[in-house]
Each structure stands twice: as C-alpha cells, then as structure tokens.
Design a protein around this ligand. Structure first.
Ligand code: SF4
Ligand code: SF4
Length: 365
C-alpha cells in the first residue's frame, strides 16, 4: 500500500537522522559531487532534516556547468559555417559563450538541432550527405560510452560526415584536484552513482590512501542519500576513511566492463579545461588516434574568437564549494534560469539553478 510505504520511508528517515545527530560531534562538510544528488537533496528537503553541524556543499558534478567558454565559442564558430549541422543536448543551447550562445546563433539561422541520444546524429548525417554533422560530446564517464558507441557505429555505417567535438570529463581526476586545492575544505564525499556504475569502486581508492577522506558511492533516493550521509558521519566519528558503496544494487565493484571497453576503444585521457576552474591534468577524454578522423578539431580546424568570461560570475568557486550561489552578486538578479550569466544557472542540475528553484527560503534571508 503506497501510504504504508510512505510511512515506512519516513520512519526509516527519522531513524537515520537521529543516528546522524547522535554521531555528529563537530561541524562536518560533505560534498555531493553529482548534480542529480544536488537536486535530490533540495527536492526532498534533506538540508533541513540534517542537524546544523552537517553542511552539504555541491561540487563539480554537472556536465553542462563544467563545460568551459572556449568549448562553447568553438561550437558557436562551427555553427556559423554554412555546411554544418550542430547536434546537442538541449541545455547546451542556453550556456553562454564569450559573446554569444548556440540559442542566439540558432535564432539568426544556424542549424542547431537538439538530440536526446548521440545516435540520432547518425540519422541526421545519413539524410544530409552534403552537410557536416558535429555532435557536442559532453558529460562524464556515465555518458561518454554512448558517444564512443556512436563513433563506432558511424564507422560501421561508413559515414564520413559525422564528427564529435569532445569535452568529456572524468570524475576521479577532478576529486584529486579538489583535494589538492588548499582552499577546498571537505570532510567526506558523496560519490556519483551513475559514473560509479561505469567505473566501479577502484578509481576512488586514492581518496582513502592519499587523503584519508571517507567517500560513499550514493544512490539517488532520499533514503539512499540519508543513509550515505550516515555512513560518512559514522566514518568521521570513528576516524575511518574508506570508500564504501551504498548503491550496490546498481554499482558493481568492477563497474561496467562492456562500457569501459567501448570507452577505451575510442577515447584516451587528455588534459581538460573545466569552466571557472581551469586545466586539470588527465581530467578529460579525446578521440584516440585510431578514430581521429571523427575529431572535428583535427579534421576541420576553425577560427575561434578570444575567450572571455563575465568577471562577476563565480561559477568556478561555486563548483569547488568555496562559495554558495547566493554569494554571487549576480544570483537571482541578472543571473536567473531564463537568462543565465554563468553555466551553473543553466542546467536543472546546476548548483545555482537548484538554489534558485528550491533554496529561496534560505537565500532570501
Ligand atoms: S551523469 Fe549521472 S552521476 Fe554524473 S552528474 Fe549526471 S546524474 Fe550525476
Ligand atoms: S549566479 Fe550565475 S553568474 Fe553567479 S555563480 Fe551562479 S551561474 Fe555563475
């Protein structure tokens, strides 16, 4: 019965909150790395349930948020070419580049099409042989395998007018960079469930070995998140720091071998620029030499404008948990979801967008 189930969930949540309260003896800062966690935390009101000693901060876990200006500027430069069709996920249209956005370019005639899967780009390529189709390949380890599979399919189909503009990012190097940043203060991580389903547990073990920070691979239901916070708080209480898997119903210790193989077949690690943060060593993926003919930057170089960012935008600090969205002077004023100035206000999983949608009770104070 749905009502009984609701009661059971509320009771289980109450028990977890009581246990967290009992174990927390000092202020702790927990970073949720994944944008879906950020939204789930707000939607379920988890911040309000937790004792005030427990602070949840958002990290660089939204693929749209971390896509840098120069990538957008490059995509925009391609979109201005007559024989190009850009295919992309919808959120990317609204991300501001240095002086324009894909939405603005589309409004003045650029052929920019929203796809729900990269594979749709191949249909567009097949039915437009005179055009060059460029897929904007963004996302973390969870989405990169589908883009890689699309490249493999394009090769199989013999399509010679399909390309990717890759800005894929990797989560473990970003965690390493966060831990190496002296300004970032984090006592524990809630690790992203979908990414972990692909990469498994092993890539996170450096957190315990090198930084003695506890980390929990967490599911997305409110009870998953509360239980993960409880597991973290328990580790902090006992002075332990290990990687634990709360989401074992989905995440296997070795991850998804098939997806990892497809990824390794098409991509190789490369340095990558994260919006507002800068270059992180080995934190991105580029098409490897065997499939380089699908890499649009290699095959069709384009002139790109000089990149610049709005000086007042604090996305880089928001993405490292150094400031809260409301600390940005633009938040809720010139920067709102309908007219985002920074990328964190674009995607529904962006920290600023989540604060704007769910956090009004706090930032209005
Ligand atoms: S891909 Fe999945 S795990 Fe990664 S940020 Fe998005 S929702 Fe979170
Ligand atoms: S409010 Fe807008 S400009 Fe400020 S940090 Fe957030 S997204 Fe960037």
């Amino acid at each position: 019965m749905p009502n009984n189930q609701g009661d059971e969930i509320r009771q289980a949540a109450a028990v977890l909150v009581k246990e967290i309260d009992r174990l927390v003896k000092q202020p702790v800062r927990i970073m949720e790395v994944c944008g879906t966690h950020t939204v789930a935390i707000f939607r379920a009101g988890i911040r309000q349930l937790l004792p005030s000693q427990v602070e949840l901060v958002s990290g660089p876990g939204c693929p749209v948020c971390v896509t840098p200006n120069d990538y957008l500027d490059t995509a925009i430069a391609y979109s201005r070419c007559d024989d190009v069709i850009i295919t992309t996920f919808g959120d990317m249209l609204r991300v501001p580049g240095s002086s324009s956005s894909l939405r603005a370019e589309k409004a003045v005639g650029a052929d920019v099409r929203i796809v729900y899967s990269p594979l749709e780009s191949l249909d567009i390529a097949a039915s437009n042989p005179g055009k060059k189709i460029i897929f904007l390949a963004i996302g973390f380890e969870a989405t990169a395998p589908t883009a890689a599979a699309t490249v493999l399919t394009a090769e199989k189909l013999g399509l010679d007018n399909f390309y990717v503009l890759s800005a894929h990012k990797l989560v473990p190097p970003a965690l390493r960079a966060l831990m190496a940043d002296r300004k970032v203060k984090v006592d524990g991580f809630l690790l992203p469930g979908h990414v972990s389903a692909i990469i498994g547990e092993q890539p996170y073990h450096f957190l315990e070995r090198e930084y003695h920070v506890p980390a929990i691979i967490a599911g997305f239901e409110p009870l998953d998140i509360l239980q993960s916070v409880y597991m973290l708080v328990k580790q902090i209480h006992t002075g332990t720091a290990v990687v634990e898997n709360q989401y074992s119903r989905v995440v296997k210790p070795g991850g998804n071998q098939v997806a990892r193989q497809v990824l390794a077949q098409v991509y190789e690690e490369a340095d990558a620029t994260w919006r507002g943060i800068g270059v992180m060593q080995g934190s991105g993926l580029r098409v490897n030499s065997k499939y380089r003919r699908f890499d649009v930057r290699v095959r069709l170089p384009v002139q790109v404008e000089n990149t610049c960012e709005d000086a007042a935008c604090r996305c880089g600090e928001v993405l490292r948990g150094l400031v809260k969205p409301a600390d940005c002077l633009l938040f809720g004023k010139t920067c709102v979801p309908e007219h985002p100035v920074g990328s964190c206000m674009v995607s529904v999983e962006g920290t600023c967008a989540a604060w704007y949608k769910y956090g009004a009770w706090r930032w209005q104070k």
